[in-house]
Design a binder for this molecule. Structure first.
Ligand code: NAD
Length: 471
């Protein structure tokens, strides 16, 4: 059994905050020096980041265990292997991505050069969240490095052991002027946001996303907001339920439900609800044994605040599965709630824990009506074998993304953009989409001064006439 360690939050490094002007100034000078424009330099930094992961894999896994009691296998899938693959994908494609594009041109520009250059924005700020404390910070950071930016890294203070690892270890691998780490809590981050950045990439709650967006407006700073929300999961009668239950439970219970793309609640008929519950009980037993608390394979809730919040959410409806908890370990058993009402807090706020309410509906039309009466989710999960049902959701709902007959796995497809829409966020990243996020596409028309071209152009000069206008 893995030890149930409590996170030790990193104290805010006051000297770093006091020196923040200096840190920012050094990053600005580094960017102005042009060194991050050099693709070999970017490549070297990314290789160093990869090496950091290879040399410190065990430390990373231990930090995640200390903060979240995250099982090693989960940490490998969603943090270390994910990150290493992401960097390798960038390194493999970088030369292609940085090339200026030559878009199609019309006959009018036949003699001209038409180019799109890939400009970095400059100094960008990346703010991470605590639930996947390394990956959610470093995947965008790698994309920003690839695109030639300097980056200020702000890990979440709430996953204290991971923040400490990032602050102490990363500077040994990355250029310190170009990629400084700043440890800051909410009030210090609010101070940071008063500064001028060239791009802000924020991952976290919708509430704080609004604060970040408002701060960015002061300098019209472009912003990507990777936010949260309630991702619904509709199940219809055409699916093989055992497989569906396994895939839904895995997506719900990885990191103990503290995943922005966890299926938040189930929408299904009463008939499916009953069968679903039977299957859930069997799968949980198969995965975690009779005493779930003693299983090493379920993470813990990050802190007491979230633990208490989740206990409050469990008061809605009726507990059909689970319901046990232990504050001393911040353990909450995987819990299925039934008979919940649409206006119960568990159906109104993002759950972010191992609680899965089932809200019964008659059919797909009812489910869509329910979904569309709420904010746009980050993901829409649909379990069906019927294309007609799938089409109803594809064409009848809005969400950041969709995943059909599985959960979470769309996140790992690096050719798919990942991001929200409406209250679940704006902008996207992963793979080439991450590179594009941190790249200003600078268009350039290049003319020559030869006589033929000038003759063709002269129709635009005054004195204007009907004849010239008709050319
Ligand atoms: P959070 O908003 O509390 O914190 C995120 C970051 O914002 C931290 O670095 C924190 O220091 C900073 N912050 C907190 N309060 C601030 C303030 N007042 N001013 C400025 N900065 C502040 O979010 P969280 O609790 O760390 O993460 C949970 C939320 O994030 C959930 O809603 C989840 O769905 C969402 N999330 C989204 C994604 C995604 O990719 N879309 C990924 C993970 C988490």
């Amino acid at each position: 059994t893995a030890p149930a360690t409590l996170p030790v939050n990193t104290p805010i490094q006051a000297d770093i905050m006091a020196n923040f002007d200096d840190i920012l100034q050094r990053a600005r000078l580094a960017f102005a020096s042009g060194k991050t424009r050099n693709v070999s330099f970017r490549r070297k930094q990314l290789e160093n980041l990869l090496r950091c992961y290879e040399e410190h894999e065990n430390e990373i896994i231990s930090a995640l265990e200390a903060d979240l009691r995250r099982p090693k296998q989960e940490s490998m899938i969603v943090e270390t292997e994910f990150m290493k693959n992401d960097i390798k994908h960038i390194l493999y494609n970088l030369d292609e991505w940085v090339k200026p594009e030559k878009p199609d041109k019309s006959i009018v520009n036949l003699l001209d050069d038409v180019h799109i250059y890939k400009d970095p924005y400059g100094v960008v700020l990346v703010i991470g969240a605590w639930n996947y404390p390394l990956q959610l910070l470093l995947v965008p950071v790698a994309a920003a490095i690839a695109a030639g930016n300097c980056v200020i890294l702000k890990p979440s203070e709430i996953a204290g052991n991971c923040a400490k690892f990032i602050a102490e270890t990363l500077p040994k691998y990355l250029d310190n002027d170009c990629y400084p780490v700043v440890c800051a809590g909410p009030s210090e981050t609010a101070q940071l946001l008063e500064q001028r950045f060239d791009y802000i990439f924020y991952t976290g709650s919708t509430r704080v996303g609004k604060i970040v967006h408002a701060a960015a407006a002061k300098y019209l700073t472009p912003t990507t907001l990777e936010l949260g929300g309630k991702s619904p999961c509709y199940i219809d009668k055409s699916v093989e339920l055992r497989t569906a239950v396994k895939r839904i439970l895995w997506g719900k219970l990885i990191n103990c439900g503290q995943t922005c793309i966890a299926p938040d609640y189930i929408l299904c008929s009463k008939e499916i609800e009953q069968k679903f519950i039977v299957e859930v009980k069997e799968v949980l037993k198969e995965w975690y044994g009779d005493n779930i608390q003693s299983s090493p394979d379920l993470s813990r809730i990050i802190n007491q605040t979230n633990f208490q919040r989740l206990l409050g959410l469990m008061k809605a409806g009726r507990i059909a599965v689970g319901g046990k908890y232990d504050a001393s370990e911040r353990f909450i058993e995987p819990t299925i709630l039934v008979d919940v009402k649409a206006n119960d807090p568990v159906m109104e706020e993002e759950i972010f824990g191992p609680i899965l309410p089932i809200y019964t509906v008659e059919n797909a039309y009812d489910a869509i009506k329910f979904i569309n009466a709420r904010e746009n989710p980050l993901v829409m999960y649909i379990f069906t074998s019927e294309n007609e049902v799938l089409d109803l959701f594809v064409n009848g709902t809005q969400s950041g993304g969709m995943c059909v007959n599985d959960t979470i796995m769309h996140y790992a497809v690096d050719t798919l953009p990942f991001g929200g829409v409406g209250m679940s966020g704006m902008g996207s990243y992963h793979g080439k989409y991450g590179f594009d996020t941190f790249t200003h596409k600078k268009s350039c028309l290049g003319k020559n001064l030869a006589l033929l071209g000038e003759k063709m152009a002269s129709a635009r000069y005054p004195p204007y006439s009907d004849r010239k206008a008709s050319l």
